[in-house]
Design a protein. Structure first.
Length: 636
């Protein structure tokens, strides 16, 4: 869509809000009109933010007066006093870092209109988007404009303090769901949400206004709704019903325009949601990514290339990849090699720290500006340490559709680097005891794993708690303390589902039902969680494969997700309070029969794998459950 067209239509819808924001000015005073833009996708009919990104800040100089020839012929200049941003100057991208820059102002109206509007232009006379560091690099900067032949239009203003796209994703953003009848879209259900809990509208502490607009693939406006106003502490949400249905394959984007009033100022945000399909339909050859999982070491950089099918092209310039955990891996497109008319896009992958993540490539079926957008099926990527091991890492969940009292949430845990000093390890342990466990388990019962740095219960603390719950004819042969988690629960008192991704050998059992999982409930106290193959009740656990299917048999070299169900405030929640947070110290036990005499010691073998007294976490990763996992489907 031409950016000038975007600006024109947005100006009309936000005009009155902009005037109100400058209520101290006279009716015919010029003012600075601006907004902050971001993009996200619609996948399977619902908004997703895995490829969300900042697009641009827009600004123009407007006045609510009847446009005359004098207005049309006025030559204006707009000066931005500092800031960090980039823009297209007509021939190339140009970066600005703190310097004062002046731009031509060109008219964007017709003589006789009841307004005048001037946009900053590049050397070719095209409107300028302020991009890059402008995400927050222009916040609070002063802007001045001058029209020598028409001084009545002169003025100055400060750019609002916009929340960056990342800050919005960490607090609140618009969310949309398509309402469909067969293959037609009949409306859009929308709300303002915390992206971690998109099912629930989030109250805002400030006044706000929202408007929905929908365009089809020909860039025709299919729907434009009225502004909906919300008071402070209301949860903005609503339903946009179309006058006529729109075929799903004709949707170009759903746009949510949000104005929030903070003190005497206002910030205008625009989120555009484009449909995206997850499919490998446009990939002809996966090249290096055929290796599954794809592995590289922390600190290693590798260049890979794929071969696209004819008419498909990888996305460069905007976000070109989706990495599920960007603390583990960075991935970016570096260029395209064309061989016999076929594209081979190149990507640079760098291992940032040991862990597991998934990688998808974004591409389009090139049929013009409204090209259908795709993301490839995620490929597993493991970043290993120097020994080839993958230690503990958190994995973002795909929130499931499940019963209202069960939540899958992203846990937090404390870990120090492998080369951390004794003082740093001590500080991490003490902070975990105080901040996470609320001193319900003392720091003396905790340790930082020497290989991974994850803070866990110590071997001695695990054995002390475990010896009080194992049967009289058994004893503990080996323990595997799991990283101590802190998990936020959106609804107090709900059951939270968390998982540990680990090798079968780490479970010390050949049958899922034989796994001994200890939940530490205090110093020297613990409970064995009950195995389940079909329940998600408090105090239970199950074992899933990587597709979320329940398994009964365990192979030592395969990876599984050991899944715990803990109720906030229940007896298995260490802090014991219904406070929206679950503290989770746990460990896996390997048991053996007590020796009755020396002659029988060789006949009383422990279950599971052999190894040291306190197995490390080389193969353990924290995982959150997908919808498939929470449905607890049995593998046939």
């Amino acid at each position: 869509m031409p950016r000038r067209f975007l600006k024109k239509t947005l100006r009309w819808t936000l005009l009155w809000a902009a005037v109100l924001a400058f209520a101290s000015m006279a009716w015919a005073e010029p003012y600075l009109f601006n907004y902050h833009g971001s993009n996200a996708d619609i996948l399977d009919g619902k908004a997703v933010y895995d490829a969300a990104e900042f697009t641009h800040v827009w600004m123009s100089v407007d006045d609510d007066t009847v446009a005359t020839d004098e207005h049309w012929n006025a030559k204006g200049k707009l000066t931005v006093l500092g800031g960090n941003y980039s823009f297209w100057n007509g021939t190339k991208d140009e970066d600005v870092a703190g310097t004062i820059r002046t731009f031509d102002l060109l008219p964007d109206f017709k003589v006789g209109d009841d307004f005048v509007s001037y946009f900053p232009a590049d050397e070719e006379g095209e409107d300028i988007d302020f991009r890059g560091a402008a995400d927050d690099g222009l916040n609070g900067k002063e802007v001045r404009w001058e029209f020598p032949s028409l001084p009545a239009l002169n003025g100055k203003a400060k750019i609002p303090t916009f929340r960056s796209t990342a800050r919005q994703l960490g607090s609140y953003v618009p969310y949309v769901e398509l309402v469909k009848s067969g293959s037609d879209i009949t409306g859009v259900r929308w709300r303002i949400v915390d992206p971690k809990n998109p099912a629930k509208a989030l109250p805002l502490s400030v006044r706000s206004k929202v408007r929905i607009r929908v365009n089809d693939r020909s860039n025709n406006r299919h729907h434009i709704g009225d502004w909906k106003e919300f008071k402070a502490n209301e949860a903005p949400k609503g339903m946009a019903t179309f006058a006529a249905p729109l075929a799903e394959d004709k949707l170009r984007y759903v746009q949510v325009r949000l104005i929030v009033y903070e003190g005497d100022s206002q910030c205008q945000y625009r989120w555009s949601f484009s449909p995206r399909t997850q499919s490998d339909a446009g990939v002809a050859d996966w090249g290096d990514l055929k290796e599954k999982p794809f592995k590289l070491k922390a600190g290693e950089t590798r260049t890979i290339k794929l071969r696209m099918k004819e008419n498909f092209t990888a996305c460069f310039g905007w976000k070109s990849t989706i990495v599920h955990d960007e603390t583990v891996l960075s991935a970016k497109g570096t260029g395209v090699e064309v061989i016999s008319g076929v594209e081979w896009p190149h990507f640079e992958l760098k291992g940032l720290k040991p862990g597991k993540t998934k990688l998808s490539v974004i591409y389009v079926d090139y049929i013009g500006e409204a090209s259908p957008r795709y993301s490839s099926v995620p490929v597993d990527v493991w970043v290993t340490d120097e020994k080839g091991n993958v230690p503990v890492v958190p994995v973002s969940p795909n929130l499931p559709q499940t019963s209202s009292d069960v939540e899958a949430q992203l846990p937090e845990f404390t870990a120090v680097s492998a080369d951390a000093t004794p003082e740093q390890k001590k500080e991490a342990v003490e902070n975990t005891a105080k901040e996470v466990l609320k001193d319900k388990l003392p720091a003396s019962d905790l340790t930082a794993d020497p290989e991974t740095g994850a803070v866990t219960a110590s071997e001695s603390a695990v054995k002390e708690a475990g010896e009080n719950v194992v049967q009289d004819d058994q004893e503990i042969a080996e323990v595997k303390p799991l990283p101590i988690l802190k998990v936020s629960v959106h609804t107090k008192g709900n059951v939270v589902a968390v998982g540990f991704s680990l090798k079968g050998s780490d479970l010390f059992a050949k049958k899922a039902s034989d796994v001994q999982l200890l939940k530490i409930t205090g110093p020297g106290k613990g409970e064995l969680l009950a195995y389940t193959s079909g329940s998600n009740a408090d105090g239970h656990f199950t074992v899933l494969d990587d597709e979320g299917m329940i398994v009964s048999d365990i192979a030592s070299e395969k990876f599984y997700v050991l899944t715990l169900f803990i109720r906030d405030g229940g007896k298995f929640d260490l802090d014991g309070e219904k406070n929206g947070s679950v503290a989770d110290p746990a460990a896996i036990l390997s048991l053996k029969a007590k020796d009755k005499d020396e002659g029988k010691s060789e006949d009383s073998k422990k279950t599971g794998s052999n190894g040291g007294c306190n197995a490390g976490f080389a193969g353990v990763g924290i995982a959150l459950l997908s919808g498939a996992a929470l449905l607890l489907r049995k593998k046939s």
